[in-house]
Design a protein around this ligand. Sequence first.
Ligand code: ADP
Ligand code: MG
Length: 628
Amino acid sequence: MERAPGEGWKVALIAVALGGLLAGLGLRLTGRADLAALVWSLGVLPVLGTLVREIVESLRRGDVGLDIVAALSMSAALATGEALAAAVVAVMYAGGTFLESFAEGRARREMAGLLARVPRSATRHRNGALEEVALDAIAPGDRLLIRQGDVVPVDGTVAAGSAFLDTSALTGESLPVRLAAGDEAMSGSTNSGEAFDLLATRRAKESTYAGIVRLVEAAQASRAPMARLADRWALGFLAVTVAIAAAAWWGTGDPVRAVAVLVVATPCPLILAVPVALVAGLSRAAEYGVLVKGAKPLEAMARIRTLILDKTGTLTDGRPQIVAIERLGSAGETEILRLAAALEQASKHPVAQAVVAAAVARGLALPVPSEVAEIPGEGVAGRVEGRAVVVGGHGFVRERLGLEPEPAPEGAVGAVLVAVAVDGRLAARLVMADPLRPDVAATLQALRQEGVGRILLATGDRADVAEHVTRGLGFDALRAELKPDQKVLLVLTERKDGPVMMVGDGVNDAPALAAADVGVAMGARGAAASAEAAEVVLLVDRLDRLCAGMEIARRARGIALQSVVAGIGLSVLGMVAAALGYLQPVEGALLQEVIDVAVILNALRALRVVPRRIAVAAAHPAGAAAAA
Ligand code: ADP
Ligand code: MG
């Protein structure tokens, strides 16, 4: 069982150490020096005991931490009769762990803010009256009244008129968005305009907000394996410290010199600064709608050199439109669309949702499909009103029909082609336009400036589509017609040359996201499987947030490193001064205290990182509109 000291224990330790220090000072001032030394020593023992127990536990796990220096300096100070210095170090150490919780709490505030607003009930229209219902009781189709200031409880659409929604808590988007009747309203946003009616489309549990809340909770729970950047340096620092202390002792024959060195070396800032800076980075990223699930992925994100992007839903906005239906048999367009859409109701793929939306827009009533089998990223097969229907990519549908594989037909340039088979025969091809997101070019350029050297496209779609949509964007390589496991293989291959980030959406990308050093899921619409598999979730369906996230990660890591280097540098200077006899143990302990505070304040700077790229990208659409 983990036996990390609890909050109460920490406070007790500080109280004892501080009490001992002050009482000892009082005794010393009243001329009772020998009693003062005893009181100081007694105040140190509980702190030292707790620390030694923790060190033994971590050594058993094979970790050599910097805590050892703190334990050494306290015991050495006690052994040489420098009780006051020992007491200062004890207060500082006990206070340091407390400061850490405080700084972490401060740093996590924004993430906690995401969770604070979960509504408990909603107001529902029922038989001409209004009733208050629990969130779990809301079913798709319910008509809910959303008053001004209410948090939208479930995903839905605006029933009539228009609505103004403030999504800033989720996405950092400061301007409220105006929605017209029929537009999708995301749960978790706040009604900043007049009251409006919402038609629920998902249950509370399946809604976007519930998904975000689950992700944030998981991210907060995963705090244990902090990236121990400082501990990687621990052995070296420990060796240098002991060497300087030993040299001082040997050179002067005075053990107090060695104690002074150890006391200055007590490396609280190194132990604290890194987690504080990284957690502050997490918090900052969350404010921009970039949910990073822990300090480790944040640190990894700062080191990414290769980026692999999925096409449909990532590079494109994933809301394809049917532009034509090319009939290949006798069945009529409407009938083909009705059958295909009925089957696609079973799939979450963006293409599937687009087909369903097109059918609903034409007023078609869709029967419930049966015997449905989906191969993620390839297509779906099943029965609709007793007829066998297959919808999906060209290769998938031919395979299902038992036809020889044949090169995909050249479609209209850049269009996504979806084949539909009914009763064992090819019935039609749906030609779909799936335009790129407007900010793709700017985003890719910004990512290169963030240090990403290699950018690849990995798509399940055909090569000619991939080539067409990425023309002029400067991709280093295109890989088309990939199945989900082939995307995994691509990620693994690229990882041989350095850390890889994979950005994707949907169930079919989940394995590749999990295989990458950092997996990034686009959007958290609904409760997406990709968001569970990924280390980073872009809560806003916007690619430019990727740059903001990378920039925050890079700068938070930079601040962490800077704190470590400055902290170690100052400590080493102090150690040399102590070895040469310029610092007494007590002065050394006080100096180290000052370094501590300075370094932690520096680490908290990561809370104020403002990504530059986001402003550029946000200004982009407005600029384009003005130019047009
Ligand atoms: P990408 O890798 O670019 O995101 P996907 O692998 O998600 O693309 O999908 C590739 C192709 O597979 C789509 O263009 C489409 O033709 C087909 N496809 C996959 N799933 C479905 C589905 N549920 N319905 C229709 N077509 C599908
Ligand atoms: Mg995709």
